[in-house]
Design a protein. Structure first.
Length: 256
């Protein structure tokens, strides 16, 4: 049975009673930034929303989005009236995904921007699904990113795949668990991702039970840490992220 809530796509991001996967992924990277850094870059958020609308939105939703975001178009110069270059790249990426018939078929039969809530370890959780099929339990998130490459993780002190570096396995386990609490069967859980390059690279992956089990352990640890922070624990600085670099205070010389 679906758990009742009053969240909508318009109120989802500002609502504070529940925590989201975005917060937990940030907490995993840096506790200090998760609790103190302002919300994500609006330009980056708009690029992501543009990608989602072009890949899975209706014609009416696309028209509405462009009408409400006229700042995506150049207002001066030779390109006046045209999409700015960073948004044009997103359009190309979205078109590349839609050309994939298998992916387009999956996208078209799924519910879009569905919101569900649940609870883990006593903490209220919210999730907004890019794509979910309530009958099969298939859950897919749409990602438009710079490129796919292994990156160094300070948490493990080793290189990790792109999906692990960004904590997408954490996000997708959380999504599957909240869907389960709302009566949705376990189906495929994964990502439809594309790179923002001149020639977009597309990745379609699903996570195995082994990866999701690994992510479950991390997620529950993060939620426990969230509770500790609420109860007065001092957030740790990673000293690696941009927010830590911007807020560092030098009080003494480092002896080397």
């Amino acid at each position: 049975m679906k758990i009742k809530h009053n969240l909508t796509p318009d109120t989802y991001h500002e609502e504070k009673e529940h925590i989201s996967s975005s917060y937990l992924k940030k907490l995993w990277k840096c506790e200090y930034a998760a609790l103190n850094e302002p919300n994500e870059d609006k330009e980056c958020f708009k690029e992501g929303r543009l990608f989602e609308v072009l890949v899975s939105g209706t014609d009416k939703e696309k028209e509405k989005f462009f009408a409400e975001n006229t700042d995506m178009f150049a207002s001066t110069g030779k390109n006046k009236g045209l999409l700015k270059s960073n948004y044009t790249i997103v359009v190309n990426a979205a078109n590349a995904v839609r050309k994939q018939k298998m992916l387009a078929n999956i996208i078209d039969v799924c519910d879009k921007q569905a919101i569900m809530v649940g609870e883990i370890n006593g903490v209220k959780i919210k999730a907004m699904y890019d794509l979910i099929n309530p009958k099969t339990g298939d859950i897919f998130d749409l990602k438009c990113m710079a490129k796919f490459k292994d990156q160094y993780m300070t948490q493990t002190e080793q290189y990790a795949s792109w999906w692990e570096f960004y904590g997408y396995h954490i996000q997708m386990w959380l999504y599957r668990e909240i869907a389960r609490q709302n009566g949705i069967p376990n189906g495929r859980t994964g990502l439809i991702a594309v790179s923002k390059q001149d020639t977009p690279e597309i990745k379609a992956i699903t996570f195995s039970d082994g990866i999701l089990g690994y992510a479950e352990g991390i997620t529950k640890q993060l939620i426990d840490r969230h509770i500790e922070l609420l109860n007065g624990a001092i957030p740790e600085r990673c000293e690696e992220c941009n927010f830590c670099k911007k807020t560092v205070i030098i009080n003494e010389f480092e002896v080397i």
